[in-house]
Every structure is written in structure tokens, then in C-alpha cells.
Ligand binder design. Structure first.
Ligand SMILES: Cc1cc2nc3c(=O)[nH]c(=O)nc-3n(C[C@H](O)[C@H](O)[C@H](O)COP(=O)(O)O)c2cc1C
Length: 193
């Protein structure tokens, strides 16, 4: 799949097959994050791969899933992510790095998709508990958690009708993800044209 199709087809996945994945793959995903742009090239981000089942289980308790369809996309015990990448930022290097983190995280999501691995970027997370669980030093801010595993669902993207962009489940339990249509967000040469 070319990069444009990969970008268009990547969707957040919240149900995963319980298939163990190689740690080398997660290391490769972090390598793609390392290559991401960073403001002034000042790089404060670090990454924790969590793939030990006992730690994954504990980390799961500090995450929240798909608020708009709650609790229908809370992964059941046999649908949970098989691994996570926790993105942290050294606040002594950069006070605020969430934009840098976003660029790095998108690289990870796309690189995962290119290997047939599903992902979900999780920002509604219990940061203090995660820091304690993983022994993260106080000078670091926990930015995000990325859930990973082979997809066990196939969400679909569609053009939003009207202003409502809330994702929803249809009668077949397929997740629909409305995106604002291009004609609503694109301006050429001048705002409003
Ligand atoms: C900053 C950020 C935080 C997010 N936090 C969560 C989260 O805590 N839980 C969750 O289930 N999804 C989370 N998501 C995923 C969004 O819900 C998802 O990207 C959105 O519904 C669009 O779907 P798509 O990724 O398939 O295009 C987050 C996404 C972003 C960019």
C-alpha cells in the first residue's frame, strides 16, 4: 500500500487479536518516532515499550476507551492490546512537547499500520498512576500511551454529515468514524474561497 492510502486507511483500533508480536517490531516503531520532526530539533521524547503481560494488565487499568460509545469499545479481556508504547517527555529538555509527541506518535501509528498492526493513541490516561507503575522519574511528563496489537475490528471512515463528528457503532457493531468533508475545510489562496 502506498503512503497516501496507508494514511487514509489507518483507523484507531480498540479490539485486538491475542497474537504475540515480536519486540523487534516495537523497537522499529520507536525508531520511526525518533525520525519525526521536533521543534528546533530539540528532542525531549523517550519511549517505554510495555510487552510483559503482567505489566500490560496493570497499565490497562489506567486507560479509557472510546468515550462516545462507552462502554461498547472497552476491550474485553480477550481483546486487549498485546503491547503498548508509552511516550514520555523530559521537561528539563523541553517544557512543553505535546506537538513534537504528536508528530512522533503519528509515525508510530502509520508504521504499525504498514506492518498490519493496529493501534490506538490514548490521551485520556491516568498519568500519575502510569508514572508510578513504570517507575518514571519525576522530571518526565507522561504524554500518551499507544496501544498495539493485530486488529480484531475494521472501523470505517466516512464523510461527516453536518457538524456531528462523533464516531458511532452501527447495527453490525462496526465503528464509523466521520471526518469533516474536504469542501468544509479546504481554502485555496484565500480564506472562504
Ligand atoms: C490526542 C488524542 C488523544 C486520544 N485519546 C484517546 C483515548 O484516550 N481513548 C480512545 O479510545 N481513543 C483516543 N484517541 C483516538 C481518537 O478517538 C481517534 O483518533 C478518533 O476517534 C478518530 O478516529 P481514527 O483515529 O480512526 O481516525 C485519541 C486521539 C488523539 C489524537
Amino acid at each position: 500500500m502506498n503512503i497516501i492510502d496507508l494514511i487514509k486507511n489507518r483507523r484507531s483500533i480498540r479490539r485486538f487479536r491475542q497474537e504475540k508480536l515480536d519486540r523487534d517490531l516495537f523497537v522499529e516503531l520507536v525508531e520511526t518516532a525518533r525520525c519525526a520532526p521536533a521543534g528546533a530539533n530539540i528532542q525531549s521524547l523517550e519511549y517505554i515499550i510495555v510487552d510483559e503481560p503482567g505489566v500490560c494488565e496493570k497499565l490497562f487499568d489506567f486507560l479509557a476507551w472510546a468515550g462516545h460509545v462507552k462502554p461498547k469499545r472497552d476491550p474485553a479481556p480477550d481483546q486487549r492490546p498485546v503491547a503498548y508504547i508509552v511516550v514520555i517527555s523530559d521537561t528539563e529538555i523541553k517544557k512543553e512537547a505535546s506537538v513534537d509527541a504528536a508528530a512522533a506518535i503519528e509515525n508510530i501509528l502509520l508504521a504499525a499500520a504498514s506492518s498490519g498492526v493496529g493501534s490506538c493513541w490514548l490521551g485520556l490516561i491516568k498519568r500519575e498512576q502510569i508514572a508510578e507503575l513504570l517507575g518514571i522519574n519525576e522530571k518526565y511528563k507522561v504524554d500518551s500511551v499507544i496501544a498495539l496489537g493485530k486488529p480484531a475490528e475494521t472501523p470505517v471512515m466516512e464523510d461527516a454529515k453536518g457538524e456531528d463528528t462523533k464516531y458511532y457503532l452501527d447495527e453490525k457493531d462496526v465503528l464509523h468514524v466521520p471526518k469533516r468533508p474536504l469542501k468544509k475545510i479546504l481554502h485555496i489562496n484565500k480564506f472562504g474561497s
